[in-house]
Design a protein around this ligand. Structure first.
Ligand code: PLP
Length: 225
């Protein structure tokens, strides 16, 4: 894993150089979903402290298993509204906020837990029915509504690109997210700064389009079963 991490950091550095960006401007979120606690422990020993998971049940089990260690758990998968209580309890961040009902449920549960939660709004930029996320046209009204939820702390936007080999289409998705972020900022949503986009197979394109957070699983942990 040490070698894979070094290779990954090098890929990030090269992508940043080509995009004329500082490597520190891109934050790596290791995605540990489906990998064993032992592998996550190895990653912790290498100095990684935040991990992405796509099921809240898995965040809960990591939270309990790694209770003694200073690690944070980021929810990146589709979240059902009835899981809001566990998200409020066990997640340190949610990158897949995609609808009002979920925001409402989270606000209520976070109130109960006396916590606040950093969130990214997931936007659907891909041309696939299977992908979750807010329709781009709904982003501005959604941001206006989010103001009423003081327990949610919007950080930025998140997306998954179309699953395709066509780099032009992938870049179109990432460019669209960046444009939406810029529009949100111009509209006065100054805390919408971050762009979570890019995975093992496409993060170089995401960095070229301005990603601030890349979510990388298999390039770090190996192939998923
Ligand atoms: C699994 C997953 C990733 C990481 O995918 P890799 O191809 O393994 O890097 C990133 N984001 C989300 C939302 C995921 O579910």
């Amino acid at each position: 894993m040490k070698q894979r991490l070094q290779q990954l950091l090098q890929r990030i550095a090269i992508a940043c150089e080509q995009a004329q960006r500082e490597p520190q401007s891109v934050r790596l979120l290791p995605v540990s979903k489906t990998f064993s606690h032992e592998l996550v422990q190895q990653a912790i020993m290498l100095g990684l402290t935040r991990f992405g998971e796509n099921r809240i049940q898995d965040i809960r089990s990591r939270y309990e298993y790694f209770a003694e260690q200073p690690v944070q758990w980021v929810m990146i998968g589709h979240a059902q509204t009835n899981k809001a209580r566990d998200i409020a309890r066990y997640a340190d961040e949610l990158q897949s906020l995609d609808r009002l009902a979920l925001a409402e449920a989270l606000q209520r549960r976070l109130d109960g837990e006396q916590r606040c939660l950093p969130v990214y709004i997931q936007v659907k930029t891909a041309q696939e029915d299977s992908k979750f996320g807010l329709d781009p046209s709904q982003l501005m009204p959604f941001l206006a509504q989010l103001k009423h939820f003081d327990r949610l702390q919007p950080q930025g936007l998140m997306t998954m690109a179309t699953q395709t080999d066509d780099p032009k289409e992938i870049r179109r998705c990432f460019a669209q997210l960046r444009l939406l972020r810029d529009q949100a900022q111009e509209a006065g949503y100054e805390n919408i700064t971050r762009l979570s986009m890019g995975m093992s197979g496409d993060f170089e394109l995401a960095i070229a389009e301005g990603a601030t957070d890349i979510r990388v699983g298999s390039a770090l942990f190996g192939h998923r079963a």
